[in-house]
Design a protein around this ligand. Structure first.
Ligand SMILES: NC(=O)c1ccc[n+]([C@@H]2O[C@H](COP(=O)([O-])OP(=O)(O)OC[C@H]3O[C@@H](n4cnc5c(N)ncnc54)[C@H](OP(=O)(O)O)[C@@H]3O)[C@@H](O)[C@H]2O)c1
Length: 433
């Protein structure tokens, strides 16, 4: 039987695109790809902005520079978008899907903002839209949620889905260093951008949580803003406290079911017990921890970014896309559960770690404790350390409502005896097993 050809064009040949092009053109992989895809995958064009740039392993004759002409070629079955960007890139993807061309992308920002509309457009035109590379780089978590766990009731997905912040927190923990010094080192090593906001303030993780939630629970991909706190206020003192109490601080993206129809999605630092599976994920690694009603806890670990790992995940999508083209089928779109409602953040409960800098005077502790009491925040433990006229009070609460903690922090900040309210970090206490 003759092997079908599936013709593929790419937009982007940067960090992800270059290794991907090399994988698609690798003569040692041809048979493997033919086996996996039941088709010969033929790369016919690679669109970039700068056609003159040197790109090792990428044949110059495949390079083109007109992105819309590439996206709307009549002779391609699959368009791979690894250029990044939102608005202009959305137009390219819409143009391709409208012609029935399957699209493979690694674009988390675009998928989180407009994924539901794009998936519907793909289905309307008999095409697929795959985006495995958009979450946790080389970890094939989206396909696992979509297929392997398709019949499972998932209760919670928690992930370390940003390598930059995990690198910074791991180093702060290992070396007892301050955030600023470690960020500068991460920037020098290329682990953090010169403007690190998207990573350290949790925007990147929020887009990934939005995508994980859509697959785990059936929430829409339509640019909804989710609660987000970053790591830039975490101090060496917080890390040291965590260490002393057998805890470790991680920036987690969390999507969880609450009751029958409630859903909570958020990104914030969490102090995890050291024996939690996510606590041992260090450096730039990512991990996604899934709790299913029948499966129990599951975890995927791997390189959350980087050209080669992400290219491997994108290649898996290209193979799946090629198989569907050959068999003339396309995947059913993700269903959206209209009964789901956002659970109010204030009604969530957690244990909290808090620090408050106060004047070191008699009676101050009673005043501060009074504010906790007024808001029904019960204190499990308190530590005091003094410096000069001031003292730092460090509290660990019992399980309390988020709204009560917010009200406590607001009132504490108003007290004359309080110099500043410092850290406020949630502590995960439940047992994952
Ligand atoms: N890097 C990672 O580790 C990683 C991991 C997961 C997902 N992703 C996602 O993968 C995508 C690509 O990331 P990247 O790191 O590979 O980006 P990158 O290194 O900046 O490369 C972008 C590529 O796209 C080309 N490009 C950009 N705009 C274009 C346009 N309008 N027309 C034609 N070509 C255009 C650039 O051309 P020139 O080379 O000529 O400038 C470059 O080759 C993004 O959506 C990103 O979020 C990246």
């Amino acid at each position: 039987m003759s092997t079908s050809n599936v013709r593929v064009a790419m937009i982007g040949a940067g960090t992800v695109g270059q290794p991907l092009a090399r994988l698609l053109l690798d003569s040692n992989r041809v048979d493997m790809l033919v086996d996996a895809a039941a088709a010969r995958i033929e790369l016919v064009a690679i669109c970039v902005r700068d056609g003159a740039k040197s790109r090792p392993g990428v044949p110059a004759q495949l390079i083109v520079t007109d992105s819309m002409a590439t996206a709307t070629r009549d002779d391609i079955d699959v368009l791979i978008e690894v250029a990044g960007g939102v608005e202009g890139t959305r137009e390219l993807i819409e143009a391709a899907l409208s012609r029935g061309t399957t699209v493979v992308t690694a674009n988390k920002a675009l998928m989180a903002a407009a994924g539901s509309e794009l998936i519907a457009l793909a289905h309307q035109h008999g095409a697929d839209l795959y985006y495995e590379g958009a979450v946790a780089g080389g970890i094939p978590i989206l396909r696992a949620l979509r297929t392997s766990l398709a019949g499972e009731r998932i209760n919670r997905v928690m992930g370390i889905v940003n390598g930059t912040t995990n690198f910074i927190l791991s180093k702060m923990s290992a070396e007892a260093s301050d955030y600023g010094a470690v960020l500068a080192e991460a920037q020098a090593l290329g682990y953090a951008e010169s403007d690190p906001t998207a990573d350290v303030e949790g925007f990147d993780a929020a887009a990934k949580v939005t995508i994980l939630s859509s697959l785990a629970f059936g929430t829409a991909l339509c640019g909804e803003v989710i609660h987000r706190e970053g790591i830039s206020r975490i101090s060496a003192g917080d890390v040291a406290y965590a260490h002393r109490h057998s805890l470790v601080i991680k920036l987690l993206g969390i999507a969880e079911r609450i009751g029958e129809h409630g859903i909570s999605r958020r990104v914030h630092p969490v102090m995890l017990p050291m024996d939690h599976p996510l606590a041992s994920v260090h450096g730039a690694f990512n991990a996604v921890f899934v709790e299913g009603a029948s499966s129990g806890p599951l975890m995927w670990l791997g390189q959350g970014a980087g050209g080669e790992p992400t290219a491997a995940a994108v290649l898996g999508d290209v193979v799946a896309a090629a198989r569907n083209r050959v068999t003339r089928r396309c995947d059913a779109p993700l269903s959206i559960d209209p009964s789901l409602q956002i659970f109010p953040l204030g009604e969530l409960q957690s244990v909290f770690y808090l620090t408050v800098d106060v004047l070191d005077r008699p009676g101050v502790l009673a005043t501060v404790a009074g504010v906790f009491g007024e808001h029904s925040v019960s204190i499990k433990s308190m530590e005091q350390s003094g410096f000069g006229d001031e003292a730092r009070l460090t509290f660990l609460t019992h399980m309390v409502f988020e709204s009560d903690i917010s009200a406590t922090l607001e009132d504490l900040a108003q007290l004359d005896v309080v110099d500043s309210v410092g850290s406020c970090i949630r502590v995960l206490e439940d047992d994952p097993s």
